[in-house]
Write a protein that binds this ligand. Sequence first.
Ligand code: PEP
Ligand code: MG
Length: 583
Amino acid sequence: MSSFTLHGIPVSRGIAIGRAHLLAPAALDVKHYLVPEEHVEAEVVRLQSALATVHRELQTLWNELPKDAPTELGAFIDVHALILSDPMISEAPLDIIRSRHYNAEWALVTQIEELSAQFDEIEDAYLRERKADIQQVAERVLKVLLGTESLGLPNRVEPDDDEFAAQMVVVAHDISPADMLKFRDRSFIGFVTDVGGQNSHTAIVARSLDIPATVGVSQASNLIEQDDWVIIDGEAGVVIVSPSALVLQQYRDRQAAAQRARKKLGKLKKTPAVTKDGTVITLLANIELPDDCGPALEAGANGVGLFRSEFLFMGRAGDMPSEDEQFEQYRRAVVAMKGRPVTIRTLDIGADKPLDPTEHTALNPALGLRAIRYCLSEPQIFLAQLRAILRASAFGKLRILIPMLAHAHEIDQSLAMIELAKSELREANLKFDPNVEVGAMIEIPAAALALPMFVRKMHFLSIGTNDLIQYTLAIDRVDYEVAHLYNPLHPAVLQLISMTIAAGHKAGIDVAVCGEMAGDVKLTRLLLGMGLREFSMHPAQLLSVKQEILNSDMAVIGPHTRKILRSMDPDGIADAVLALQTM
Ligand code: PEP
Ligand code: MG
């Protein structure tokens, strides 16, 4: 097959070389992993027994049909039993497990998708609608599988004879942030999606997993075929399909060079982040789950600047984590960070992080019932989370961060809810830190333009540049069609960031940036020049940013940044920011 190259939006650096594994959206609703050779037959048996269980269930349903039940009901059960016995369902998925080593759920869903695609092409409307029956049968089998354990979930496929042959690159139309998180510790080494933006939460999770990824590669899932060789250049946003031996070798060399560079950076772990002129900088980590504290400490983080607590809730609409479950997770993070501050952001659900992905979404979800708006409309959920966070504050240094604040009454109501949670804990004799600090995310332009409203009542501010850019420029951060207009260097964005930093410092409170700008080494000096002293980012980016800080001199950066902030010329700003990097 001849080689071709696709272009998209780079979201997570590094080079991945592997075989393409195509995932259709429905397949993402189930776990998917490769079963080790020795467990393949056990996995086949697992699916066979799930099929047999559903057979028995259908039989029982049939036997228990009331005498006066409509005849259609019996016919309906018969159809499902027939579908279940068809070799397309009872045998083909078993072959997939044997040949591709997919786990049972993945094999079943893969087969259902193939069948569904065939049904879509049928002209007869009645027959076409039988697709729904097939899906219902599959759902029954998946439900049974859910209750049975799979043997040997491998952490990572070991490369076989050919060093790269067993490594897989996921190609999908889209991947939700929650699904992306499920890929942690699995055998995938890179991601390509047809849609998505640089700062979508899916991209953010890919970055936090430190896996090369390119999104917005229009048609990738149509053009790339199962098992094609793929190179992802996550830095350039390029995907090379079926590369020549020469190109493959070039990328393998680049991969090796990048690994050497990373190893070298590792030596900076214990070095304090201080500029050449002695300005001390705090480097914090963004985390999605308590387990991310390990990599944060590994990278030498001074604490956690953003714990995106919504990742504990996503996909659990009918089964929200209880106060105790949350408390345990927050406590784990606080304890893991060994006295370093952990900033827990309250639930920022909505927009591209829905609680229930199947639920109807508003026309403009990013402008809808999201984050603090959602929490204030669901006081019981909010209170349970606040109590859980406060209880964890008894185990170490913890701060509370409120997302998406824009209105004075939202600030007041949030603070009142925290006080209410505290009084409930006092009544229940449960311990917490009474002086826990509360901060506001500044990520809506209205907030950045009304800072006195915030600095009077908040202990600290954290600038969410991802949303601040989205809302200032009216660019959907997940829409690749307008991704070229999503510009962190737009003068309006720079003004809002710099005003926030200045207002916070004037009021004597800490200001951090926890959006993706903080982890972009190309912007480190610009942010330093604006006066930023706290950067919060994914652990994987921390050492590169530290290196940039160590080589920076505020006496040089300061005046140059002030010039940039006075400019209204976008090209001039981009050139000047580039020049900053060489000063
Ligand atoms: C932001 O908006 O910059 C931010 C850090 O929050 P999130 O990306 O989770 O919206
Ligand atoms: Mg945000």
